[in-house]
Ligand binder design. Sequence first.
Ligand code: 5CA
Length: 445
Amino acid sequence: MRLSRYFLPVLKETPSEASIVSHRLMLRAGMIRQASAGIYSWLPMGFKVLRNLENIVHEEQIRAGHNPMLMPTLQSADLWRESGRYEDYGEEMLRIKDRHGHDMLYGPTNEELITDIFRSTVQSYKQLPLTLYHIQWKFRDERRPRFGVMRGREFFMKDGYNFDIDKPSALHAYNRHMVSYLRTYERMGLKAIPMRADSGPIGGDDTHEFLVLADTGESEVFYDSAILDLNLGARAVDYDDWDQCAAINTEWTTPYARTDETHDETLYDQIPEERRMSSRGIEVGQIFYFGTNYSDAMNAKVVNAEGENVPVHMGSHGIGVSRLVGAIIEASHDDKGIIWPESVTPFKVGIVNLKQGDEQANGACEALYKELTALGLEPLYDDREERAGGKFATMDLIGLPWRITVGPRGLKNGVVELTSRKTGVSEELIPAEAVARLVEIYAAI
Ligand code: 5CA
């Protein structure tokens, strides 16, 4: 993409309505625009990052054996009356009447709708286990939408639902989600810690929230610092292997890690003092096992191997995809702007032409632009007639992990400069070497 043709409305001034850094940077970098309180338009660069996160979520869910699908944003109130949550959900639910006077709602989550699909299509244990998920906009009429996309009213969420014949099978589904979520966040360059949590209006006893540590997080968290050393890395996971998934769950849930809702001072005090940590965290996901709560209420039964009609065991599992855009920025920025991890960056590399109009500089930039594009390393080429300082400031603000700087002085010696946004370290390389270096970096992601 050429910057001269890209819609990137960066702001020079710091917007006064934004109180946390990710919100400020998303507005300044032209990623989002508020449409009304807690509701945002995603401008091209914000949309690109959102799509990148969505793709990672899909890849990891499909790898875990889960079925992608898409449910609507608007739902009939009837199903929610059946589960008893139509009244319970309170003012957070946006209720709508259609022209025929039917009660509708903008879905805050999808347990009812998916259970209805399940009960009308699945009758036998032979069709289990089954996990269905979608990534769709949700609406919760939050009392205090704030921090930009972190606590929106309309937000983009992955929600998945497992249906299993009994508790052991459903607990394997829980473990599978735990592992696939750990992998998802690691791929996004994040350390997200599973913490024992409270189940709130979703119901059930077994639940973990995934928290990214950040001073601006809304949750208070307590944990054993030993958990920070855990890493899934490149280990091979067989999602059908119950023992392996259970072992990974145990590995991550043994060190103490809880939100303030479930914090237990006695257990916390047993952690060696130097490892006792308390801080703030951003909740980027939550997994639940809630047994037969919904299948009982909504009569979702299957025939088991003994020929009996039994309610299915269920769980639901969510990832805050739009919130993650903010969480990644909270975890990865400096005073100049965003620093995107390579795995989620909107463009793989920026090309800065120091002397737009200079024949040699233009030629070298065009050649790099074509080659990088052909290699799938989508560049953003700053081809505007602007002074170098302004171009660097824009690149730093939008946070592409790599920048190639092309100018007449370097080209005299046949070199360009490759700079890391994270370390600020620059290297002079001939253009072909710079390209080869980027190929190598991105091949490892
Ligand atoms: N049905 C379950 C799991 S599918 C559920 O709704 N879980 S949840 O309430 O925990 O939401 C899942 C994730 O969505 C949260 O972990 C959080 O990351 C994100 N989320 C929740 N509310 C908001 C909001 N108002 N703005 C942005 N993200 C949100």
